[in-house]
Design a protein around this ligand. Structure first.
Ligand code: HEC
Length: 407
């Protein structure tokens, strides 16, 4: 039996080999150490809305550009337009209904009702491994390693499947003290994976073979990622569960204790959504990147140009890269006044005092006071009745004021 991962030669479907793991030693794992991190709130990158009314499963990368994944297809952002990504060689493969977004190195993969699709040269191509997997039961796929060492860790409700060295195996976990649904499987390499089943976190070493309980009492897991620095992280209802390469496990809580909804790999670190905010996490340093009112799972990616995209409810938002953080001039901030302020202040509607935000001289005169009002929770501008602005939305005004209100 041979199972090919990346080549496009189709091999006959096969039944997996069985690996039954010995039960873990009945030793209670140490209690989870809880680490509260205080995020650094430096100048936030500017955010802009790329698309509204987006109905999507989440975000992916296609050729390094942000792509919106809907159940019926994938569209990629090229320049400033969203373009559908073509499927298969001349439409030979039907995409079916997209169910799951995964990652394979720096590229994406998609699990659909008809197979596993990989990206090649801007097209979605069906992988021959699709014929070997029990597709309807597959809940997630994690790909670790490259070339001959490439290994796929596949999660179904009941079993962990592994495709490695051309063989497909089903790995059965036995634990008399723990049961429940498999919630996450993240490979560390070709023979070890970190697995969440029920409320327990296991290290599974197929080569030894050995299973160790690393932690228990985990909350609901919504997302997982393997970071470039070797940590494996899980977004859970209680915070970010972080497994170090040494197998030490900690529970990271961001500021106000709250659920972590989503996590995505970002180089050696991660992008984390918790409590309405988006953070960047690198080793132990956490920075606030922006606000996310209605986070969507699989809803954050960084493109190759360094811009971060989030899916906030039905809105695709883009946060500028550091390289783009040029000094803000009046031309940058004028559209902000036009969008949020002039409806009342140009004509004096709604009893607003007349303020002319269209000329540099006048806008500059009112800038400091305007920022103070935008930041003022008691008497905000625009008034609460017409919809509060999030800090990322008035970041452009803050940066214009901080930069000395350049013409
Ligand atoms: C829905 C109408 C409305 C919108 C939109 C609005 N304002 Fe106002 N603004 C008012 C009203 C009414 C007042 C006077 C009452 C008050 O100060 O709260 C006011 C007062 C102000 C003042 C104080 C003026 C003074 O004489 O002290 C500033 C500054 C201001 N707004 C800035 C802004 C900015 C900047 C925006 C856009 C980000 C904005 N407003 C959007 C209605 C609005």
């Amino acid at each position: 039996m041979r199972v090919l991962l990346s080549s496009f030669v189709v091999f006959a479907a096969c039944t997996p080999g069985q690996i039954i793991m010995p039960p873990p030693a009945p030793v209670e794992p140490p209690a989870l150490t809880r680490v509260t991190v205080t995020p650094v709130d430096t100048t936030r990158p500017m955010s802009s809305t790329v698309m509204s009314s987006v109905s999507a499963l989440g975000l992916s990368l296609v050729s390094g550009q942000v792509a919106v994944v809907a159940t019926d297809g994938v569209t990629v952002r090229i320049g400033t337009t969203m373009t559908p990504v073509p499927v298969g060689p001349m439409g030979a493969d039907a995409l079916g209904t997209v169910r799951v977004i995964g990652r394979r190195g720096a590229a994406s993969l998609w699990l659909t009702s008809t197979g596993v699709f990989l990206e090649r040269a801007g097209r979605l191509l069906r992988s021959p491994i699709s014929d070997s997997l029990p597709l309807p039961q597959v809940k997630a796929i994690d790909v670790v390693g490259e070339g001959d060492a490439e290994t796929w860790w596949v999660r179904t409700d009941a079993a962990v499947l592994r495709v490695s060295g051309g063989a497909l195996d089903s790995i059965a976990l036995e634990d008399p003290n723990g049961s429940g649904v498999l919630k996450a499987v993240v490979g560390r390499d070709a023979s070890t994976a970190v697995v969440v089943r029920g409320e327990r976190l296991y290290l599974v070493d197929v080569a030894a073979p050995k299973v160790t309980v690393l932690a228990k009492g985990l909350g609901t897991v919504t997302q997982s990622a393997r970071l470039g620095d070797g940590h494996i992280v899980f977004a859970t209802a209680d915070g970010l569960v972080r497994v170090a390469p040494s197998n030490d496990v900690s529970l990271m809580v961001f500021g106000a204790a709250a659920a972590v909804n989503d996590v995505a790999v970002d180089g050696d670190g991660a992008l984390v959504q918790s409590n309405g905010q988006l953070f960047s996490l690198l080793v132990d340093e956490v920075k606030v990147l922006g606000d996310v009112a209605a986070p969507v799972v699989s809803g954050v990616v960084r493109d190759t140009a360094g811009a971060v995209f989030t899916l906030d409810g039905q809105t695709l938002e883009r946060l500028a890269t550091t390289a783009e953080e040029q000094p803000v001039v009046f031309a940058d901030v004028k559209p902000f006044f036009t969008a949020h302020c002039v409806s009342c202040h140009r004509s004096g509607a709604n009893y607003a005092p007349i303020i002319d935000f269209s000329t540099y001289a006048k806008a500059k005169q009112w800038a400091v006071q305007s920022l103070a009002r935008a930041q003022n929770a008691d008497t905000p501008m625009p008034p609460a009745s017409s919809g509060l602005l999030r800090p990322s939305q008035y970041a452009v005004l803050a940066r214009w004021v901080q930069g000395g209100m350049l013409p």
